[in-house]
Design a protein around this ligand. Structure first.
Ligand SMILES: C[S@@+](CC[C@H](N)C(=O)[O-])C[C@H]1O[C@@H](n2cnc3c(N)ncnc32)[C@H](O)[C@@H]1O
Length: 235
């Protein structure tokens, strides 16, 4: 994978990945799987939206692919809810990709996702910097793994986004990512049916998304987190 210097620097704390450079976790130590389902899938009402028998394609965009847990959970739900001929396009920007060894170790924590994680890992090892296309389930799922800064990556995207997964470490620990330029790219790629969900309830994020045209609501957070944000584009 290129460039090597951008590979994530991981420590293992109680068997869970921890980002040394950001001093933050990849997912909740309470239960990463339930957190993803609650914050990102339920926060965007995905299971309900995917039951639509007329659905043809659905585009998710994520900031921070990390261990791929959000992706795998989304794929799992997609396969059990969406019409069989519909296509999920999952675009995820990742500035500091995990090495194959680290992502494999992280995903070993979820044996229940093995049927999805194995085909992902088989293609992950051929990653290059820039845009990587990974196709799963006869192209019923396409992952565009964009290696680079989220704002720069999304500035090159042209397809409209149906749901945003705003991950990417806490804004206080990763202020460089949570900038107005990222929110501007989100607005450019959103329409009247676009939703977003994020684990954070930081005031700067709430105001930034509101200013750019999202209707932002607070919701009870997962585990120890008091609140999180969800919303839809109205701008
Ligand atoms: C909390 S982790 C994401 C967890 C991930 N969604 C999962 O399912 O495991 C945050 C991720 O954001 C990435 N990241 C941090 N700053 C970024 C940036 N400016 N652009 C893209 N990715 C970034 C980190 O490298 C890390 O992988």
């Amino acid at each position: 994978m290129q460039p090597q210097s951008n590979i994530a620097n991981i420590e293992w704390r109680d068997g869970q990945p921890f980002a040394s450079n950001f001093q933050d976790v990849y997912f909740s130590s309470d239960n990463g799987l339930l957190e993803t389902d609650y914050v990102f899938l339920q926060g965007n009402h995905l299971a309900e939206r995917w039951l639509d028998s007329e659905l043809q394609t659905f585009n998710i965009a994520e900031t921070g692919f990390g261990s791929g847990l959000n992706f795998l959970c989304a794929v799992n739900t997609w396969l059990s809810t969406s019409p069989e001929n519909a296509k999920l396009h999952y675009m995820s920007a990742e500035k500091y990709p995990l090495s194959l060894h680290d992502i494999s170790t992280a995903l070993n924590l979820w044996p229940q996702l093995k049927t999805v994680s194995e085909p992902l890992l088989a293609q992950y090892k051929n990653l290059i910097s820039g845009s990587n296309t990974i196709s799963l389930y006869d192209n019923r799922v396409q992952l565009s793994l964009l290696i680079g800064d989220a704002t720069a990556c999304f500035s090159k995207v042209t397809s409209q986004v149906d749901a945003w997964f705003l991950d990417g470490f806490a804004p206080a620990k990763n202020p460089d990512m949570w900038q107005i330029e990222l929110f501007q790219q989100m607005a450019r790629l959103s329409n009247a049916t676009t939703t977003f969900a994020t684990f954070t309830s930081a005031g700067d994020v709430r105001r930034g998304l509101t200013n750019i045209g999202f209707n932002v609501r607070k919701r009870i957070g997962f585990g120890k987190k008091r609140e999180m944000l969800v919303g839809n584009f109205v701008g």
